[in-house]
Design a protein around this ligand. Structure first.
Ligand code: MG
Length: 243
């Protein structure tokens, strides 16, 4: 099942997506192409993981981490499917990072790896948009990764997915830039939920972005970036003109 949120008549509505239609709670149907999608949940936080694919860590010449390297993006970083990614004035290298997103179903803390499945609502897609030049000169990645527009998220949450071996592809203007599988993760989805929940309470709708495979690279104003996760869908965003 695909769960989405849309903006309709001045309010956010939870809907299901079936094929090319969205189904509103009373059963009323609208064409998907005519509705404005919102980020599919309203997370209290987006927990991100750095260097979680072996070959991406090598690409950036950092050591393979022995435990997950977490950082946070605030809700103000979110951008819905289809909406433009702003190109902020404080960077000269805005990179895409295509990532599988885990969406939390219910409040939880200290979840074991074995029980992680029980607290997962489903899976979506997140673009961990990064000011790469800024990342290289700051220890806390706030200006590099937590700015407005740094978390395109959507288009929906797929509740039926085995996340351990799904293909993830990033295209820029239709050209393939990343093409990998979640099987190359250093810490899998269930380990990440368990580990993150050791430190902080996870709330319904919270997102864990699970890291990016190799092939990260820059975006330019006017580019269109598309991230496809097999079995979930495609998150598509244009890049806006520079501030
Ligand atoms: Mg990332």
């Amino acid at each position: 099942m695909k769960l989405a949120r849309i903006w309709l008549d001045g309010q956010a509505l939870d809907v299901r997506v079936e094929g090319e239609e969205v189904v509103l709670p009373p059963g009323h149907r609208l064409e998907l192409s005519t509705v404005r999608l919102l980020p599919p949940t309203a997370p209290t936080k987006v927990i991100c993981v750095g260097f979680n694919y072996r070959d991406h860590a090598q690409e950036l010449e950092v050591e393979i981490p022995k435990e997950p390297l977490f950082f946070l993006k605030p809700p103000s970083a979110l951008v819905a499917h289809g909406q433009p990614i702003p190109y902020p004035a404080h960077t000269a290298q805005l990179d895409y990072e295509g990532e599988l997103a885990v969406v939390i179903a219910r409040r939880c803390r200290s979840v074991s790896r074995e029980r992680a499945r029980e607290v997962i609502l489903g899976y979506s897609i997140l673009n961990d948009v990064t000011a790469r030049d800024v990342q290289k000169v700051e220890k806390q990645w706030v200006r590099a990764k937590a700015f407005d527009g740094s978390a395109p998220y959507g288009p929906w949450v797929e509740t039926e997915l085995d996340p351990l071996d799904v293909r993830i592809i990033t295209r820029v203007n239709g050209e393939v830039r990343q093409d990998s599988s979640t099987r190359y993760m250093i810490f899998d989805v269930y380990e990440l939920v368990a580990e993150a929940s050791r430190y902080m309470t996870l709330e319904p709708g919270d997102v864990i972005a699970t890291g990016t495979p190799p092939g990260v690279g820059p975006l330019r104003p006017g580019d269109v970036v598309e991230i496809t996760v097999e079995g979930v869908g495609t998150l598509r965003n244009p890049v806006a003109a520079a501030d």
